[in-house]
Design a protein around this ligand. Structure first.
Ligand code: C2E
Ligand code: CA
Ligand code: CA
Ligand code: CA
Length: 275
């Protein structure tokens, strides 16, 4: 609380989480998932640079730990992945995001992050179909985001999952573009609907012409491939100006909005933060 609303506290600043803490974190995350408490989905808008309209909202998992407060995804997603809890967490986010999006008056799509460990096991497509059927959300209003590193292991089965998702009408985005290995090979291996340019390029681009050139190049590449490009991490008017000039289609970042709880969860989240 002392560090302010909506901010994260690390368990052990500047240190690696000790094994004991890590084991406890896993047990506590499991409890949260089983009892369906303290876990939320926040939403952050993705804006079309031409029309200014919100075309989609990215669903981001949030965990409010009973003692430690908000735990950042960078601390619990990998715990979920390594412990096998990610399927449960992934299903929770998918179900919640689809149900929420089905009620959005503006008809925006919802984008859900999918971990590498959720791909290639034969469980993702059934989970997507269940979430769509349960919510009534049309498949073309769901987007899944996969990172480049997700495609490194078990590549064949992973790509098969992505193909299947597209066949049922779900859009597929390549997340954090430019930060992984052999980015271009991934574009050749699969026809993505969207490329998300990692925020690090965008934030550096204002001061570094080389980073601006990379943003521009990816935007051009997207145009030639007929793929929507999204600039992530747009925090300032200068970032917005730059990604617009460089030709990105869409943008996402704190300039437009930080991730926020749904209307339904907002009072609950506010109460948690005031506790
Ligand atoms: P990501 O998919 O790249 O998500 C975007 C991250 O950038 C989010 O961090 C978001 O809050 C942050 N962000 C948005 N705008 C700005 C900005 O203008 N400046 C800066 N500095 N950051 C911005 P968050 O929510 O902490 O999530 C971190 C990562 O955790 C995500 O990165 C994603 O890889 C993962 N993650 C979050 N939720 C889920 C989930 O439900 N499932 C899976 N598998 N991964 C998730
Ligand atoms: Ca993402
Ligand atoms: Ca990203
Ligand atoms: Ca990222």
């Amino acid at each position: 609380k002392a560090v302010g609303k909506g901010t994260y506290r690390t368990f052990s600043p500047g240190m690696e989480i000790r094994v004991q803490e890590r084991v406890r974190l896993e047990a506590e995350l499991r409890t949260a998932l089983v009892e369906c408490r303290d876990l939320f989905v926040f939403y952050q808008p993705i804006v079309c640079l031409r029309s200014g309209r919100v075309t989609a909202r990215e669903a981001l998992a949030r965990w409010h730990h009973p003692q430690h407060g908000w735990v950042p995804p960078s601390e619990f997603i990998h715990v979920a992945e390594e412990s096998g809890l990610i399927d449960r967490l992934g299903t929770f986010v998918l179900d919640q995001a689809c149900r929420e999006a089905a009620g959005w008056a503006d008809g925006a799509r919802v984008a859900v992050n999918i971990s590498a460990t959720q791909l290639g096991k034969g469980t993702l497509i059934p989970a997507i179909l269940t979430a769509l059927a349960g919510s009534g959300l049309p498949a073309d209003r769901l987007e899944i985001e996969v990172t480049e590193s997700a495609l490194l292991s078990e590549a064949f089965d992973c790509i098969a999952d992505l193909r299947h998702a597209r066949e049922i009408g779900v859009r597929v985005a390549l997340d954090d573009f430019g930060t992984g290995y052999s980015s271009l090979a991934h574009l050749r291996a699969f026809a993505f609907d969207k490329i998300k340019i990692d925020g690090t390029f965008v934030r550096d681009a204002v001061e570094r012409p080389d980073c601006a050139a990379i943003v521009g190049l990816v935007a051009d590449l997207g145009r030639r491939l007929g793929v929507t490009t999204v600039a992530e991490g747009v925090e300032t008017a200068a970032h917005l100006q730059l990604v617009t000039v460089e030709g990105c289609f869409e943008a996402q970042g704190y300039l437009f909005s930080t991730p926020k709880p749904s209307e339904r969860d907002a009072p609950l989240v506010a109460a948690l933060e005031d506790r």
